[in-house]
Design a binder for this molecule. Structure first.
Ligand code: SAH
Length: 350
């Protein structure tokens, strides 16, 4: 028997057309679409304004693939890490991060990752597959529900800083963001969404051409090619000059300031020459720098630099009028911090 199609792979128009092709009225398609996305139901039986026969007929033709919360861990600081099981048994992780009076969701875009950044735990899982738009969307729904339950407030921000490289799953990430931001879906503002990338110039230009309305963060970690290439192999293919050119293109088109994410490691990028190179780069394009705390992954190869080295970055950036924030990690006791999502649990994907 042919496997039934996932109904959420259909656009609203396709859903309307499906009803028409079965001799029913097109508006049924809108109703079902609202149940699938706005209300995010998992079962056709829950679509209460749809007749019993229609629900039966839908279940004969389609399935609703949805993610299941497999495992939840709550950290002392309120961070919640979710291991989410996909319909094919693979697992991804999504994190609820409490930030003062807001709640941020950190979501995954791929199962595993292909980029092999030396300091990142997800790199150890090879890339298994891209997530579908509904699988990205469902992560946001789950975190929003948890935010309502535990924090009595709606989710306010989304960062694509979980597993995977969002720009290598471009179409699905954009389709998911479209659903997250339209009134048919969750109606969130794109200004509250940040996509974080290793920096793939061609795809950054494509984002600008596609006139996306969300924010862009780039994992820089060094403004010196030789050092960046050692930490992030992607830099050998797309060196900093190419990245900068793409970011300038983005800025010219969107007028939105980019965020550089930057970890300072002991003996790797903590010299004055590293600071100077970052300052020089930041003067070429409007950016904000987030200095993020390193979360050690088990092998102990890298260590977070001394506080003085971080303060030296802050001092030099500020002296040059560049906005800089020092970001402390959340949920460290449960391995929910950046780059740690694959740690320990290895989430059953072997
Ligand atoms: N692939 C995307 C998004 C996932 S990583 C990207 O590279 O941006 C999200 C952020 O966590 C990136 O800035 C990444 O460089 C950072 N990161 C990865 N491992 C880390 C670790 N062990 N400690 C601190 N930050 C880490």
């Amino acid at each position: 028997m042919k496997a039934k199609q996932d109904i959420r792979a259909l656009t609203k128009t396709e859903l309307r057309d499906f009803f028409v092709s079965k001799g029913q009225q097109a508006f049924r398609g809108n109703q079902v679409y609202e149940w699938l996305w706005g209300k995010a139901v998992h079962h056709f039986e829950d679509m209460t304004n749809i007749s019993k026969e229609t629900r039966l007929f839908l279940s004969e033709n389609f399935v609703i693939n949805h993610i299941k919360v497999d495992h939840i861990q709550r950290a002392a600081d309120g961070t919640i890490k979710n291991a989410l099981k996909l319909h094919d048994g693979l697992v991804v992780e999504s994190v609820l991060i409490p930030v003062k009076n807001r709640t941020t969701a950190c979501v995954s875009s791929q199962v595993g990752c292909s980029l092999n950044c030396k300091f990142c735990a997800t790199a150890r899982l090879k890339r298994m597959r891209n997530l579908n738009p509904d699988e990205i969307y469902d992560q946001v729904v789950v975190i929003n529900q948890q935010s309502l339950l535990y924090r009595h407030q709606k989710l306010s921000n989304i960062v694509f800083m979980g597993m995977g490289e969002p720009l290598l799953n471009y179409n699905n990430v954009l389709a998911a963001i479209d659903k997250i931001t339209t009134d048919d879906g969750l109606g969130m503002s794109p200004k509250r969404i940040t996509v974080s990338t290793v920096g793939i110039p061609k795809m950054i230009k494509k984002l600008a051409d596609d006139e996306v309305k969300f924010n862009l963060a780039v994992s820089l970690h060094s403004a010196i090619d030789e050092i960046r290439s050692k930490m992030m192999p992607i830099n050998e293919v797309s060196p900093i000059a190419d990245l900068l050119e793409a970011l300038q293109y983005w800025y010219t088109k969107t007028k939105r300031r980019i965020t550089f994410e930057y970890v300072v490691w002991n003996g790797i990028n903590d010299r004055q020459a590293d600071v100077d190179a970052l300052v020089t780069l930041c003067r070429k394009i409007p950016v904000k720098v987030n200095l993020i705390e390193y979360n050690a992954i088990d092998d102990g190869l890298f260590q977070q630099a001394a506080p003085e080295a971080i303060q030296n970055y802050v001092k030099n950036l500020e002296a040059n009028g560049i906005v800089v924030n020092v970001r402390h990690s959340r949920g460290k006791d449960i391995d929910a911090a950046c780059g740690q999502l694959a740690n320990k649990s290895a989430v059953g994907n072997e």
